[in-house]
Design a protein around this ligand. Structure first.
Ligand code: F42
Length: 149
């Protein structure tokens, strides 16, 4: 099972840390949705841009053709989430878990028509993304994660 090497540094957000750990412990049988919304999440592991530690987050599951959009919405906050910087710095040190096993992934930031396509898919899965966009002048970055190799 592909795992990133190094020390795991849990999210400083308790509910996220708990969701990540529940999902990983049960292979997604528990902790697989955003609270009681019934909308599925995925677990993304990465290398910290400053710490070099293994960081893990949960994100809404936006999948198409085996690739996944990682939407750096952070609830429409004015600043990007920390994990945005991790993926920019270490785009090949990423795993995505959508079910029992994680897979090694490579991520790339998308722009233009590709961004618009993935944004539409993301809002279709999780309509609140549209509210987040309306809430901030920040352009919400989207990475696309594809299986490595
Ligand atoms: N967040 C989203 O942005 N989009 C989603 O679709 C989304 C869905 C979702 C579903 C379930 C769930 O439980 C959480 C969900 N979240 C979603 C929240 C997401 O998991 C993250 O918690 C959130 O986006 C904030 O990410 P963050 O990386 O800012 O995490 C904070 C809480 C954090 O852990 N901060 C750490 C700290 O010490 O303050 C540092 C984190 C970090 O990665 N640091 C880097 C390092 O080197 O270790 C350096 C980063 C830098 O700034 O260079």
């Amino acid at each position: 099972m592909p795992q990133l090497s190094g020390e795991y540094a849990p999210s400083t957000s308790d509910w996220v840390r708990e969701q990540v750990e529940t999902y990983e412990r049960t292979g997604g049988r528990e902790g697989g949705t955003l609270r009681d919304t019934g909308i599925p999440v995925v677990i993304v592991s990465m290398r910290g841009a400053k710490s070099g530690s293994v960081r893990k987050i949960a994100l809404m599951r936006v999948e198409h053709g085996g690739a996944y959009a990682l939407v750096a919405s952070k609830g429409g906050a004015p600043d990007n989430p920390g994990w945005y910087h991790n993926l920019v710095a270490n785009p090949r040190e990423v795993t995505v878990q959508d079910g029992p096993e994680p897979f090694l992934a490579t991520v790339r930031l998308v722009e233009g028509d590709v961004y618009d396509e993935w944004w539409s898919r993301a809002v279709a899965v999780f309509p609140p993304y549209a509210d987040y966009r309306a809430r901030t002048a920040r352009r919400i970055p989207i990475f696309v994660a594809s299986p490595a190799g």
